[in-house]
Design a protein around this ligand. Structure first.
Ligand code: 5GP
Length: 191
């Protein structure tokens, strides 16, 4: 998605530890119109696949996932990273090591929001080492639902997880794939 690459070049900054900061349009401040454009692009990519539900992980995946859910007219569910009192007892869980927080969370999805047989599209803002996606895949599997694919805004291709998942037969659609990034430059994979 050309517009996303342009936005990354214009507004993104590279932080130590291979972290790309996109707080001005995707993470902390969200460019609402642009997020809806991403949602529509995801809907276009998955047209005709019969997706019945979108699954993401809190918190930064939620905006994109809801935009895709609106464009596809399906519910959006997010995995929680922290247990809260109002969380139902019947949950699916999976451990996920956080790339940005350097700790392992137990993510949880209420069973009632992920019925068996659902055709699930995973949506997230970034794909780095693949831990978030793999945790969500584990939950989908446990629920007896079907993973249709993963739609990612920004894949850091140089970290390898996206290509590994593709090799394993998982459908991964990333709207921008970064093959290299330094303080001065970001290089995208042609796709
Ligand atoms: P993974 O689990 O694939 O290693 O990392 C994906 C998760 O970590 C995403 O949900 C995202 O929130 C966060 N993340 C990974 N890399 C980056 C990055 O470069 N910038 C930002 N802002 N978040 C990232």
């Amino acid at each position: 998605m050309k517009a996303l690459e342009e936005k990354i070049l214009k507004e993104g900054t590279v932080l130590p530890g291979n972290v790309l900061k996109v707080g001005s349009f995707l993470n902390q401040q969200m460019d609402s119109d642009f997020i809806m454009e991403i949602g529509k692009e995801i809907a276009r990519l998955y047209e005709g696949t019969g997706v019945t539900r979108i699954l993401t992980i809190e918190s930064s995946g939620i905006a994109l996932a809801v935009a895709a859910g609106i464009a596809m007219h399906v519910p959006t569910v997010f995995a929680k990273k922290h247990r809260s009192a109002n969380m139902p007892k019947a949950v699916y869980t999976a451990p996920v090591y956080s790339f940005t927080h350097h700790e392992t969370y137990e993510i949880a999805v209420a069973r009632e929001y992920l019925p068996a047989g659902e055709k699930v599209l995973v949506v997230d803002d970034f794909l780095a080492n693949g831990n978030a996606v793999r945790g969500l895949m584990q939950i989908i599997n446990e629920a007896g639902a079907e993973l249709v694919g993963c739609a990612i805004a920004i894949e850091k291709g140089f970290q390898g997880a996206g290509d590994q998942l593709r090799k394993e037969g998982v459908r991964i659609d990333s709207l921008a794939i970064i093959d290299a990034m330094t303080d001065e430059s970001v290089t995208f994979r042609a796709q």
